[in-house]
Design a protein around this ligand. Sequence first.
Ligand code: FES
Length: 501
Amino acid sequence: MASGDDDKSYWNATAEPTRFPQLKGDMEVDVAIIGGGIVGITTARLLKEMGKTVAVIEARRVGREVTGKSTAKMTSQHSIIYQTLERKFGEDRARLYGEAQERAIREMQRLATHYEVSADIEAMPAFCYTRDEKHVAEIEKEVEVTQRLGLPASLVRGDIGLPYDVLAAIRFDAQAQFHPTRYVAGLAETLPGDGSHVFENSRAVDWEPTRVVTDTGTVSAAIVVMATHLPLGQVGGYYAMAYPKAEPVIVAPIGRAPPGMYINAEQPSHSIRTHRGPDGKIYAIAAGQSFKPGHTDEERQNFADLERWLASFDAGPIAYRWVNEDYTSMDSAPFIGWSSSTRDGYLVATGFDAWGISNGTAAAMILADLATGKDGHPWLDVFDSTRIKPVAGGGEFVKENASVAAHLVAGYLSSKPKDYDALEPGQAAIMKIDGDNVAAFKDETGTVHAVSAVCSHMGCLVGWNETDRTWDCPCHGSRFELSGRVIHGPATRPLGSKITG
Ligand code: FES
């Protein structure tokens, strides 16, 4: 039985399938890129413009994992972040963060236009608003900071195009929304040829700074880029400096498209944007409050909250639902650049905190420069991937690592049911079988799908993702199909096998 079906995502279901070959045999290029999402494909496109040969090595299908499961806002308006960045990094580096996002948006528009990629890019203002008195001062402060940083921000109140009035909102102009799967797939189509390649269904199983190995071939290169959401395995130790967050996403038709992209400042978080579907209907793409991957009761609760909220838009029945994931660094800024300060490692990018479209494109712009021998990049003052430990956010760091330690010892669903017979159809549990921790799911036909519950990355117990029917690791965010196959890392090996029947 399949799980982790990519077509659960509205974006993937409304994009043409890609058909890139599998890597077979050995080859050599200038730069090997592991991962075919927005970071990997954009980096490859920019490098090819700079005269380099590239090979993108994607474990599944191009653009259909994290990028194809995002809300796909092209915006520098990242909720309330600039006052936080200014506090933690200072004004100059907060300005660099904003500049990087704005430049990334323009770069995406340039790439789509230049390569004639049909990605439904639509100009749209972005709003972060509050309906809670306690957050009004925070919004006002964010407007003051962002205006000072040179971002296109203004303060608005009352009617901002939502079904309800708001107490205060920050509005960013000259932003956009787009179709992420079509964008990444369209750019990927421009890559093959003149010594460059895109490979799908080609999972990296081993790597060195100048070589990537899959089960069916090897790519040698002067530089290897890990554009894999979180660097694979234990590269750079980023698994201990960024923690995973899952978020519920639902899509439903709505009668009237609000004239912007929106997110609120308070919790629970509610984000919305729209897209005109192939059937002509306007669909709302809504994301809700994040939760720890594999924590099923939080997942249920946050989906239910999101559905209640979306009902205020007079939405029709929910057509799509899925869980997306991203990593948050302990100091709010992504890690981009070399995985080691001696520059003999990998080029990496991670920790986009659910703002991976603009951060991912900015990362690609930096990585392409570094891969072509530039010594540095001005934006690295804020994104430097070798800042040994985050400059701030220590409390959160300690809390998250304590949580990892707890998941190493006991699973989240470890209490009941205790054996396969006690599972109801459609139910999953972590249970002890012959002394082993087993992740078991009974499907509607009564067949039990059972694998080891011990994550192949570093040994935490996985938890159940009820929406996508996958096993998700709360510690560092690896995701696995029911069969134990990796959906995405940092794990690269499947969950161990157990009796299935
Ligand atoms: Fe690291 Fe599971 S992802 S232990």
